[in-house]
Write a protein that binds this ligand. Sequence first.
Ligand SMILES: Cc1cc2nc3c(=O)[nH]c(=O)nc-3n(C[C@H](O)[C@H](O)[C@H](O)COP(=O)(O)OP(=O)(O)OC[C@H]3O[C@@H](n4cnc5c(N)ncnc54)[C@H](O)[C@@H]3O)c2cc1C
Length: 610
Amino acid sequence: MQTDFLNDDRNIHPNRLSVDVLIVGSGLAGVLTALALDEHSNRYDVPPPNILLISKGRVTETNSYRAQGGISAALGPNDAPKLHARDTFYAGGKKGLLEAIHALTEKAPSLIRFLETTGIVFDRDRHGNVSLHLEGGHSRRRIVHAGGAETGKKIMQTLIHQVKQRKHTTFWEQALTLKLYAHPARMGALIARLDTPMHDAPSDWRGSAWHESETVPSSPHRPNSSTGSFGQAPSIVQTHPSKSHQIPNGKSLLRPSIWMVSTKVIVLASGGIGGLFPFTTNETLLTGDGFALAAELGTMLSDLDLVQYHPTALLTEERPLILLSEALRGEGARLVTDTGEPFHMTVGDDLAPRHQVTEAIFKTRARGKSVLLDARSIPHFKEHFPALYRILTERGLNPAEDLLPVIPAQHSIMGGIAANLSGETSLPRLFAIGEVACTGVHGINRLASNGLLEAGVMAMQAKDALFPYLQQKDDPKAETIIFVMAQETLSLLTEKEKADLVKPRINWLPDHTLLKIIFQHTAQHLTPLSPSERPIAISSDPPEDNRSSLEEALHTLTSLLAHTPRLSPEWLALKTTVLMLEHRLSRIHRLHPNQSLSCESIDTMHEPLR
Ligand SMILES: Cc1cc2nc3c(=O)[nH]c(=O)nc-3n(C[C@H](O)[C@H](O)[C@H](O)COP(=O)(O)OP(=O)(O)OC[C@H]3O[C@@H](n4cnc5c(N)ncnc54)[C@H](O)[C@@H]3O)c2cc1C
């Protein structure tokens, strides 16, 4: 890997870097792609590619690290990939692509075996076999866990440790991809990396903690112990701001340096969109940047408005919210209203599919009632759910006595960059892997524990599709063109934009004021879909009003985007929000905007797999 300092007379002096593969994202999709490429070259005795792997935040700040439940794979004696495929198809409202679903579920057992070879230890039963668990929507026990409810953390700790040992892989944390460039023989990226220590914070630096000022913190919700009756429902539980970032002293501040990267291929593994929603279970730095970056290159995007909510996140003032998984309801916890009435689902029961429970909770809240999870009947909660018990008690809640206030929260996105299971997109040399990709397997609703599976299987598949590009000779002319394009982008910035670009930021979070505007629109317009593709109602507004307010929202955000500096986290967040709203509007109008495919049309992306 070579670096070179490009002198110019402007106040940004970008560094230049040339690699074989740039991987944007250090969740399961990104890290496993890096490891799989390295393994592949060992096996075929070819020189390993130089890889630059970057993540926007710290290595632990990914959804992969947060994953609790596990990975699904048909490993049991009474199970088969085709049964797993059937469950995936039905959970997705029968809208998924069967061919892709079958390919995914068939590869699941070999993914688990491969992960075991890396040193990951999956939980075992008393006979020494991998223990298989059940989750909502699965007709067989097929969820594998590592460390109980810490599956994501255990997997990622092992894989990150390994990737850091690889000589040819360079890992940058806190590095933001701002823009991509494409040439038939080369790709490129502009990256801002927090790596230069600062001794004095600029006076206008805004690094304060996030405060949800509209919501009033109050005390934990518990029934009156003497009467068993319910008091006034609090809207939120007060917590210690343990995850908030305090303004650090000048010494620990880092200023970004700007990098122009030239590469043979780019793998976007940049995950989801939770940071664009007021209530989310996701890492809040995930603002769907990959969608904005790919759209700018004219790459096909599909169904960006297919957002999944998890019905039961613990209602606190934190971001992200804590997930209260379906496993609690599976063990007997029940949803109740704040006045103690049982909670009525229109269809099914408390364990109905996520979008149905979500809709029922929204309707109850629209009537002015809060919804709570009563887990008091779960025997031995502490032993069954030790990690969750610790999290709840840290927040002053005792699940044996207290009712747990819940709210539906954005959880994942089914749409994304149209790709096949090898990550190939409509643009040669650009790959999309994991949650950022739309392979069509999830239909309109992702089945529990299929998220890690998809990220892992795609990473393992991608190496074969990537390799032909890596064996091509370097093209110095194409590389020069990439650097010239990147330099041009920088030269168009105003002095203020240049100064803003090199200011320190925490986790590259967009400006709070802008985020609040985005939140209003995502919460109102990007609700989950029912199987009839009708957006589920969160209020009593008639659909016609929804359509005109969606058009207004698009107008407002598009104007804001036009006035937002291109090389900023704000631009990436806004651009993605606009794309998502456009896709929702086009669904409503039954038209498709430019660069968009319907889920069915992704079928063409699977050609290379046939
Ligand atoms: C609370 C929670 C629990 C879950 N539990 C499960 C479960 O039990 N089983 C399951 O299968 N799935 C689960 N999921 C879903 C699963 O975690 C995701 O589907 C999966 O982790 C996605 O992996 P990924 O590698 O695509 O993205 P992520 O792991 O989210 O990684 C995204 C990466 O992209 C980087 N990035 C983003 N933008 C940029 C940029 N502009 N520049 C540089 N880097 C960037 C980020 O820094 C990060 O490193 C859960 C999700 C959540 C939130």
